[in-house]
Design a binder for this molecule. Structure first.
Ligand code: CS2
Length: 489
């Protein structure tokens, strides 16, 4: 098959959204954005119109940008379950480029008065904050260089420099909307952008800070859709279904959810047309999702990798991992969350098991297990402190951390297997620098010395010791024994 997807090649799928002018700049042109915000935006444009096309900015990867340019910025989202596959072509991107190739353009686009929203999916790892203090990491060499001047490379630097330019060239209102799995992602982003501007000499930062106070909003949002990485087999399957070649297709599960705070300084698309919920309770939605879904997802990924299975559905099909997931969800995460009005937590939990079990998706344990040092910092500290302060002990969250350490920083002589080896993590080097004397030592390095999960957990000695002991059990007696031990406690 040689013809590529374009606005002129017929496909089996209904025509994409007609082209409109851009109103959104999106930083982080990965699969998640293309299967989530883009799909909601397509529904909004179909229902209510508006100049809300999206300029997609990839941070480094040229592959998707090249594919999108060759295809008139069209690509298919394939909604996949064991029962069905359905295709949709959102067609809402007006342009795309790689930030590393054209860093000056990022600032120019953020300052462009036609742009009224900047959305972000740069992952937990893309916000340049220190996990222990939650503040802007001014010691990070990329942030430090951005503060000195020149074209910014960090996301926070790009936003701050974009606001500076915008303040100086008309000061049109702008909303900055984080769509990453961070708690209070709006105020967190605002705090980091402010901190960047405050680090600048007065004459440079003051106008931008005044403009930020006057005309910029940072709504929080909770995003949810499981979007695995694309594989060559999947690309071939989509081509067969579409009838033309698509080099940038995205697989996604049927479930999708977006809860957003309705505070948009310069207007917004009618995302509710795609099912987005506008609510004052975003914090409650975020907590529910980041703890119940993501926290349990991490446990399934690390235990699954240690058991040697490649995917999340393979892992949740193992009886003891399913039991551990049910126990951590119900007894350790759920007590720490307050459900938003109208959300039935039991129903939500039942759906989670069906979602994790979606065997058609092939969601890899190594994908969910990657970047655990930044992801777990969002997922576990609140629930651990809640449990300890109410007289319960979070044995299965301790097991999650022990399994994470076994995967990322395996003690000498222990082989965690290929799926653990495929996980990437920015803290891997710091965790593995120098020998450790057993599990408690490594747990203390991660939680107490490196403060990977914030300051509060660093003082919870009983938790740190339990992580260390479970790690020793994994190494000496195997992951099955550690699961049995944590479940029996
Ligand atoms: C996962 C998430 O990789 C991970 O850490 O837990 O990407 C998860 O699939 C999404 O947040 C679902 O909305």
């Amino acid at each position: 098959m040689t013809a590529h997807l374009s606005r002129h090649t017929p496909t089996s799928v209904a025509a994409p959204t007609p082209p409109v002018a851009a109103g959104i700049v999106h930083l982080g042109l990965g699969s998640f954005h293309r299967a989530h915000q883009a799909v909601y935006t397509a529904a909004a444009l179909r229902a209510a119109g508006g100049d809300w096309g999206i300029v997609g900015v990839a941070s480094r990867s040229r592959r998707i940008v090249d594919a999108l340019h060759a295809q008139d910025h069209l690509y298919a989202v394939a909604t996949i379950s064991p029962e069905t596959t359905s295709l949709e072509v959102p067609g809402v991107h007006t342009d795309s480029y790689v930030a590393a190739d054209d860093p000056a353009r990022v600032v120019a686009d953020l300052a462009d008065p036609r742009i009224r929203i900047a959305t972000l999916t740069v992952t937990e790892n893309g916000y340049s904050y220190s996990p222990s203090t939650q503040r802007l990491d001014v010691g990070d060499p990329v942030v430090a260089a951005d503060l000195r001047g020149g074209d910014p490379r960090s996301t926070i630097g790009q936003l701050a420099r974009g606001l500076q330019r915008r303040a100086a060239t008309g000061g049109e209102p702008l909303s900055i909307l984080s769509c990453d799995n961070l708690l209070s992602n709006g105020s967190h982003t605002e705090k980091l952008v402010r901190a960047f501007l405050q680090e600048l000499p007065d004459a440079e930062g003051a106008d931008a800070l005044a403009y930020l106070d006057r005309a910029v909003s940072f709504p929080s949002s909770m995003v949810d859709r499981i979007v695995p990485s694309t594989t060559p087999e999947f690309t071939d399957r989509v081509a067969a279904l579409l009838g033309v070649r698509d080099d940038a297709p995205v697989p996604a599960e049927p479930f999708t959810m977006w809860a957003i705070e309705d505070r948009f300084a310069g207007g917004r698309p009618a995302w509710e047309a795609g099912g987005a919920v506008f609510t004052d309770e975003v914090g409650a939605y975020e907590q529910l999702k980041v703890r119940l879904l993501n926290g349990t997802h991490s446990l399934i990924a690390y235990l699954g990798a240690l058991r040697g299975v490649p995917t999340i559905p393979d892992a949740i099909a193992l009886a003891d991992i399913e039991a551990a997931a049910a126990a951590v969800l119900r007894h350790e995460y759920e007590p720490s969350v307050t459900a938003p009005a109208g959300v039935d937590v039991e129903q939500y939990e039942r759906e989670l098991f069906a979602r994790w079990g979606n065997s058609a998706l092939g969601h890899r344990t190594s994908q969910v297990g990657s970047d655990g040092s930044v992801k777990l910092g969002q997922r576990i500290p609140g629930p651990v402190v809640h449990a300890l302060d109410t007289g319960d002990f979070p044995h299965l969250i301790a097991l999650t951390v022990a399994a994470y350490l076994a995967c990322i920083a395996p003690p000498a002589g222990f082989d965690p297997g290929p799926h653990a080896a495929a996980m990437t993590d920015p803290a891997r080097e710091r965790l593995t620098a120098g020998a450790t004397r057993g599990g408690r030592d490594l747990a203390a390095r991660a939680i107490v010395d490196l403060h990977l999960f914030g300051e509060d957990l660093a003082h919870r000695t009983a938790f740190v010791d339990r992580v260390g002991d479970l790690l020793d059990t994994i190494v000496q007696r195997g992951v099955d024994s550690a699961i049995a031990d944590a479940l029996a406690a």
